[in-house]
Design a protein around this ligand. Sequence first.
Ligand code: HEC
Ligand code: HEC
Ligand code: HEC
Ligand code: HEC
Ligand code: HEC
Ligand code: HEC
Ligand code: HEC
Ligand code: HEC
Length: 420
Amino acid sequence: MPFKAVFISVVIGSALIVAAFMLNARRPGIGNPSLGPPFLAGQPNASFVRATGKCAECHRQETAAVVHQYEMSVHAVKGVSCLDCHQAVEGQTEIAHSGFLIAGQLTAANCKSCHTTEYQQYLRSRHAAPAWAAVSGSQDFTVEQIAFGEKYHEGWVDRPANALALLEGQSAITKGCIECHDIGKPNLDGSIGSCTACHARHIASVSLARRPETCGQCHMGPDHAQLEIYHESKHGVLYNHLQHSMNLSADPKRLTSRDMSVPTCATCHMSGLDGLKVTHDTTERLSYWLFAAISDKRPAFQRGQTEMKEVCMKCHAQTPIDTFYREAEQVVADTNEKIRVVAEIMQGLRDDGLLTPEPFDEPIEFVYFDLWHYYGRTAKHGAFMGGADFVQWHGNYELLLKTTELMKMAEDIRAQHEAG
Ligand code: HEC
Ligand code: HEC
Ligand code: HEC
Ligand code: HEC
Ligand code: HEC
Ligand code: HEC
Ligand code: HEC
Ligand code: HEC
């Protein structure tokens, strides 16, 4: 071939490659090969290109991180477009936006249209209406929502707003309580909650949801130290050691104990490990109301224990698990007894008119609250999730100390009263 022909074909060839790159850069990438199968290099259809390509083209300039995270998601691989999520569903207001109509605000309702099962399971859990009612009471819910919530959690939705929250005031509620409890927020479109607390908005990731820190955004601190307890437990220690070799993005329908040989919060409370079924009802596998001052058995006590033990037994033998439960239940029984003694002292003071009817206006009420709400709970949570230090030094030791303090305070109140 003469030199000129070679030169021309090289130039044309290079130009074509450059043009292909430029065109390709303008449409959104679909899928991330590093996620492994099902990575599809297929050509997206016309409506996908319009509803995502146009958004992505502009948003790559405006909010590049959003587009980048979307490109990493299973949604991008499966051809779910920007507009599939961002279009208004029933009950939402539409706003005109660069040639499209998009929803003013997205809620769980936007995910529900494609993930009804997950939404319905979530709706039955304490993550839905009970979580919001714990702070704000029933005032923000419709009659139907209250009835639905009460069917699954009798007495935990139809209740007054939280007294402590009211005393702390609105800014503390907005930036404090609600930042965690909005997992069950009632939305204007009639749905409850949002799905992004565990999956985030654009990566829509199960591996994120399986990380303990994701749950630990809310499940931490002295009143529900689940994250701290987990990291102290053998499970947490091994997870930190092995996480890089674990397959945290395994398909939920096929998750095995090979993918995750150590459980995280999600494994015990939600996953469909080795053929079990995935659940978004985080209440399903529980048997006690551990968060309560006195922990009674839940109505579905037996089912809760059976389902959780089935998870344990994917990795453990029956006998050690039965022993583990027996010992943890003994901590619950003993803690109940310790709190009951103190609760009676408080009731005695009230009955004798030695405390005002207002909550949280006398120091002894705070000591009592700390006693069960911090230390009693911590002991019970520690016992069920492998946190020895939390059963002991952050639990029982503090219980003893606070009980002594409270008894002295009660004596002083009575003495003061008798002295006139
Ligand atoms: C021609 C450019 C352009 C196009 C096309 C475009 N957007 Fe935007 N979008 C913007 C700009 C600019 C903003 C404002 C960013 C800011 O406030 O800094 C924005 C904001 C948004 C917001 C945040 C709105 C808010 O106020 O909370 C969402 C959500 C959004 N766009 C989604 C989309 C979706 C979905 C599409 C495709 C259906 C799309 N956009 C198409 C330019 C565009
Ligand atoms: C899986 C559903 C889903 C998909 C797909 C999706 N988004 Fe979103 N996006 C959300 C949710 C949820 C929010 C939070 C909205 C809210 O709070 O009202 C959001 C928020 C945004 C925001 C506002 C971000 C901020 O922090 O202010 C922009 C901009 C946006 N999306 C653009 C896009 C673009 C562009 C695409 C496609 C490349 C896209 N989204 C695809 C669910 C999605
Ligand atoms: C238009 C339909 C559609 C909408 C809307 C939608 N999804 Fe999806 N989603 C899908 C499809 C399809 C898959 C892939 C399912 C599969 O392969 O079995 C998926 C998968 C997922 C997965 C699993 C990802 C993985 O790694 O396996 C999560 C988590 C998820 N979606 C969350 C959400 C959330 C949160 C929203 C709302 C913000 C949402 N989706 C909105 C269609 C949708
Ligand atoms: C945005 C905050 C938030 C995140 C993130 C969160 N939770 Fe929760 N969770 C709550 C709140 C608030 C409650 C208490 C609801 C109530 O009892 O009123 C709760 C309650 C629970 C309960 C007790 C349910 C019951 O019936 O008593 C379990 C179990 C639970 N969460 C597990 C998880 C797991 C596992 C994760 C992570 C995969 C997680 N949570 C992520 C806020 C959160
Ligand atoms: C860091 C996140 C976070 C903050 C902030 C927070 N909570 Fe919670 N709350 C939780 C979690 C998680 C639980 C679940 C504890 C459990 O089941 O062990 C919970 C449980 C509760 C419960 C017991 C469950 C029930 O339904 O009765 C009440 C009541 C409650 N919170 C009220 C409040 C109030 C009021 C505030 C603000 C003054 C507040 N919370 C602030 C995360 C939080
Ligand atoms: C408390 C955290 C949490 C919340 C809130 C949450 N998810 Fe999930 N989700 C998870 C976890 C954890 C998994 C993976 C379970 C496992 O390990 O297999 C998952 C898995 C999924 C999957 C894949 C299921 C499958 O079988 O392939 C979809 C789809 C999904 N979630 C959608 C949603 C939707 C829609 C919502 C809102 C209604 C939602 N999630 C709210 C934690 C959460
Ligand atoms: C090895 C399994 C396992 C792991 C891992 C695990 N939990 Fe638990 N969790 C349990 C068991 C068992 C109980 C008590 C069940 C019962 O009531 O029968 C429990 C109770 C709870 C409760 C108490 C609900 C109440 O009644 O107050 C919450 C909330 C919770 N776990 C959240 C978490 C979070 C968040 C993580 C991770 C930081 C986690 N769990 C890790 C097994 C586990
Ligand atoms: C996905 C597998 C898996 C699941 C599910 C699981 N565990 Fe474990 N567990 C382990 C591994 C791995 C160890 C560490 C064993 C070792 O030391 O090598 C462990 C350790 C323990 C230990 C400490 C044993 C010791 O002697 O140090 C206890 C107790 C325990 N698990 C209880 C439970 C309970 C209770 C459940 C269910 C609520 C559960 N586990 C669920 C994998 C699992």
